[in-house]
Ligand binder design. Structure first.
Ligand code: NAD
Length: 252
């Protein structure tokens, strides 16, 4: 049995159109949740919904594409979910981009772009969702961090910076929101087979693989399983953790 019970729960998953986010949406649907997935464009959201019709045909799922860096658009999107279901039990802040730019090549635009999505959007969604969760007496906020939030990376410093911030927000909100019965946790995936790593040339893949004692990259479903556990009542005494799901990635 690889399913945690999410029956009757209402979830919002950002970056749910592909990769890890899509796997989380599918896992949540299979576990009984009603899910709103969020992407950056209507076309990619529609494509994901079409795919889910085949892969999770019994699931209650719909899609939205607000600008996550705009607090008003985020508030409106969450108000829409509350209007439809009367509540929001689980928020998954998963949308994210990575970068490999060297320090000298960074432009302010490129730096701001990663902070806007990977940090500001996580804050915006958490703020709007927490207001609804407080009102209803509880909820769960989950963030997608990264293995690089533990070790840094050799170039593209904006990416680990953004994920360190996600860990800081996770631990701080866990403390701030505990008395409102809102749990806040993060999952830190290792190298996972998605579009984000698909373009990596072999000369980078082989050395990465050699650092993973389990001998393989993660699959999106490996990561989604951790999210389903943390979202479920089985994790009711877990808050403020950053859970590594990385095959014991060793940074040496
Ligand atoms: P992906 O590129 O396959 O998917 C990214 C998702 O984010 C997509 O659904 C995309 O629509 C969404 N997105 C991108 N820009 C957006 C925007 N401006 N507004 C709304 N949505 C937007 O990536 P992935 O590998 O599935 O990554 C998902 C999360 O996992 C990210 O936060 C990433 O940092 C993290 N992560 C990935 C890996 C990995 O190896 N793949 C490792 C550690 C952490």
């Amino acid at each position: 049995m690889d399913r945690f019970d999410l029956s009757g729960k209402v979830a919002l998953v950002t970056g749910g159109t592909r990769g890890i986010g899509y796997a989380i949406v599918k896992k949540f649907l299979e576990s009984g949740a009603s899910v709103t997935l969020c992407g950056s464009r209507k076309e990619t959201v529609d494509r994901a919904l079409e795919q889910l019709k085949k892969e999770a045909p019994d699931g209650d799922v719909s899609g939205i594409f607000p600008s996550l860096s705009d607090p008003e658009e985020v508030k409106a999107a969450i108000a829409e979910i509350k209007g439809k279901y009367g509540r929001l039990d689980i928020l998954v802040n998963n949308a994210g981009i990575s970068q490999s730019t060297s320090l000298e090549d960074y432009t302010p635009e490129e730096f701001n772009k990663i902070m806007e999505l990977n940090v500001t959007s996580v804050f915006n969604c958490s703020q709007a969702a927490a207001a609804v969760m407080k009102e209803q007496g509880g909820g769960v906020i989950l963030n997608t961090s990264s293995v690089v939030s533990l070790f840094g990376q050799p170039s593209g410093c904006g990416y680990p910076m953004s994920k360190y911030a996600v860990n800081g927000l996770t631990r701080s909100l866990a403390r701030e929101l505990a008395s409102s019965n809102i749990r806040v946790n993060a999952v830190a995936p290792g190298v996972t087979n998605t579009d984000m790593v698909a373009g990596l040339p072999e000369k980078f893949r082989a050395p990465l693989l050699s650092k993973i004692p389990l001998g393989r990259f993660g699959e999106p479903e490996d990561i989604a399983n951790a999210f389903a556990f943390l979202a479920s009542d089985s994790a009711s005494y877990i808050t403020g953790v950053v859970l590594s799901v990385d095959g014991c990635y060793i940074n040496n």
